[in-house]
Ligand binder design. Structure first.
Ligand SMILES: [Zn+2]
Ligand SMILES: [Zn+2]
Length: 269
């Protein structure tokens, strides 16, 4: 079965028709979704969704975009949520140095430091709770790789979600033992380098994600995305790699189970 390892269907964009979104996912063969938090509130919402739906697994974390607002209080709330559980991962967390106003990697030094502080706080939560991490990284790969190589985080497992790095970053992430997750932005005309990265990513490290409501595939670009779209993504990746879609689907499902730790019994539900 297909696994959407990264979506935000707890967001208000889905409040009006969430049951239909679940139904289209089921019809597309998506058997499990990891619903990912972006702050304490949306992490709690992901956990509520997981409590109500057997096919949902929750992840809790504070996105780097929220770093300017998220202080020690929000980290405490996150720790509390993780203690309550169950969550399968800490995320999404990471670094994003892209300035959406200027469209360049040039956010201020204090803003970068705040993101790095928040990232380290949450890596510590992952280490202490023995959970994997879901990492968001945009235009910040050198800083991010340097942090995850620090001795305090040795042995940490994780996924580079919506991978956007170059070949060197791919090699570094793979040799650190990380999984690499691709979203439908690999279908965009400008994404030739990402398609090359897909080809270079071994099947046993590959994950699929929608990142819904974001990153609708080329063709529906700009519209609200949803988990059912990972079916098309699996077919697209199979074509890039010159293998059967079933091979991609089986491998990515096994990888997701390995990373997030659900059992085969749960998978068959
Ligand atoms: Zn992200
Ligand atoms: Zn996301």
């Amino acid at each position: 079965m297909l696994i959407d390892t990264h979506c935000h269907i707890q967001f208000p964009q889905f409040d009006a028709d969430r049951p239909a979104v679940f139904e289209r996912a089921r019809a597309a063969g998506v058997g499990r979704m990891v619903v990912v938090g972006a702050d304490a509130q949306s992490s709690a919402a992901a956990m509520s969704l997981a409590a109500a739906h057997a096919q949902v697994t929750a992840s809790a974390g504070i996105h780097p975009h929220r770093a300017a607002l998220a202080g020690a209080d929000e980290c405490d709330r996150l720790r509390q949520l993780v203690r309550q559980g169950p969550v399968a991962a800490i995320g999404e967390i990471g670094l994003d140095f892209y300035d959406r106003q200027t469209r360049r990697a040039e956010i201020s030094a204090p803003a970068r430091q705040q993101q790095e502080w928040l990232f380290r706080e949450q890596l510590a939560i992952a280490v202490n709770s023995a959970l994997p991490v879901i990492v968001h990284c945009r235009q910040a790969h050198a800083a991010l790789l340097a942090i995850i190589r620090e001795s305090a985080y040795r042995g940490l497992r994780g996924v580079m979600h919506c991978f956007s790095g170059d070949c060197a970053v791919l090699e570094a992430s793979l040799s650190a033992g990380w999984f690499i997750s691709y979203a439908a932005n690999i279908t965009y005309p400008s994404a030739a380098a990402l398609r090359d990265a897909v080809v270079r990513t071994p099947l046993e490290r590959l994950l699929l994600e929608s990142d819904a409501p974001y990153l609708a595939p080329q063709g529906g670009r700009g519209a609200r995305n949803e988990p059912a779209a990972v079916k098309g993504l699996a077919i697209y990746i199979a074509e890039l790699k010159g293998i059967e879609p079933e091979t991609v689907i089986a491998a990515t499902a096994e990888n997701a189970g390995n990373l997030f730790g659900w059992t085969r019994a749960q998978e068959k539900r």
